[in-house]
Design a protein around this ligand. Structure first.
Ligand code: C5P
Length: 303
């Protein structure tokens, strides 16, 4: 049988800001977040094979075709469009840290939706793919677009923002994982003292002011982290700042910490990477990317 395959990238997302506005009747929380994609990515390959629909990953502990969010996305796509998944295999090559606040699973799901749309020539628009993504997970619609955006509601109500000025972004995941539902539950008991200046970040993005964005990066979930874990996060942030990061923050429900460096500060970013990589295996030096790059419409920068 002639080999047929299609490879799509699934970029990690970061929260430049994350605010929780309140709890909803459906059990979810109303959020307000400024989202950004980076060049750290998983690779999703669709392959024609013989036999039933299947899914493989390079990480043995992840679920397969039964429960993996990428497979859930494929089934939702098939149901919506009427295509058959028979004879299709999805191979996931994961690099984005797992359960780390960087939307690895959501991005894989979004890449599957975009990829299957090309594979089958079904012609769904990006808004249609994003609407389909909403049923799969709160971050999936954002990952379908991949552009710098304000995300509200559960995370699905998106407003495109001006691109983050090009920069280097260092990601470092501490040696523990966070359960998103668990942190949301703990969060409900926390009295918030601070909120991000979301309008200020929007204004800084509109002005192309990278320093202004970095000065305002803020995530309310840092106030819900147990003190010992917050100590680790603060220490990673301090290391990044000591090497010249313009700002550092935790992403999503954590624990990944990221530091933003000027595009011209390759030396500072690399020195911070080298120091943190000695302590934390999952440390990655990446670039900011545009929506067109995250969606595979323009080439992604090399890591
Ligand atoms: O939508 P998703 O399945 O990614 O959400 C995972 C969990 O995160 C939900 O079950 C919920 O506990 C929490 N969540 C929330 N409010 C949101 C998004 C997620 O409470 N807006």
């Amino acid at each position: 049988m002639k080999e047929k395959s299609l490879t799509v990238s699934a970029c990690a997302k970061l929260n430049l800001t994350l605010d929780v506005l309140g709890k909803r009747r459906d059990g979810y929380h109303d959020l307000r977040m400024v989202m950004q994609s980076v060049s750290l990515r998983d690779t999703v390959t669709l392959r024609a094979t013989e036999g039933d629909f299947g899914l493989t990953t390079n990480l043995r502990y992840l679920p397969g075709a039964d429960r993996n969010i990428a497979a859930v996305a494929a089934r939702a796509f098939a149901e919506k469009t009427g295509v058959s998944l028979e004879g299709l295999r999805i191979d996931l090559d994961k690099r984005i840290p797992v359960c780390a606040g960087t939307a690895g699973g959501s991005s894989d799901a979004a890449a599957v939706l975009r990829g299957l749309n090309r594979w089958f020539g079904t012609g769904l628009t990006l808004p249609e793919l994003a609407a389909l993504g909403e049923e799969i997970g709160s971050d999936v619609p954002y990952c379908v677009w991949g552009t710098t955006a304000l995300a509200e509601g559960r995370g699905e109500a998106l407003t495109p923002l001006d691109d983050l000025p090009a920069c280097r972004i260092l990601l470092c995941k501490p040696d523990f994982s966070v359960s998103t539902p668990e942190l949301f539950r703990q969060f409900d008991a926390v009295k918030l003292r601070f909120h991000p200046d979301t309008p200020g970040v929007r204004a800084a993005l509109a002005a192309g002011d990278l320093t202004g964005v970095c000065r305002r990066m803020f995530n309310v979930f840092e106030q819900a982290m147990p003190p010992q874990r917050m100590g680790v996060i603060d220490e990673i942030k301090s290391t990044m700042l000591s090497y010249g990061a313009l700002g550092a923050c935790m992403s999503g429900t954590g624990p990944t910490v990221f530091g933003v460096f000027a595009a011209s500060d390759g030396a500072g970013a690399e020195a911070a990477r080298a120091e943190l990589a000695g302590r934390y295996a999952e440390t990655f030096l990446t670039h900011s990317v545009t929506g067109a790059q995250a969606r595979g419409e323009e080439p992604l920068p090399e890591e």
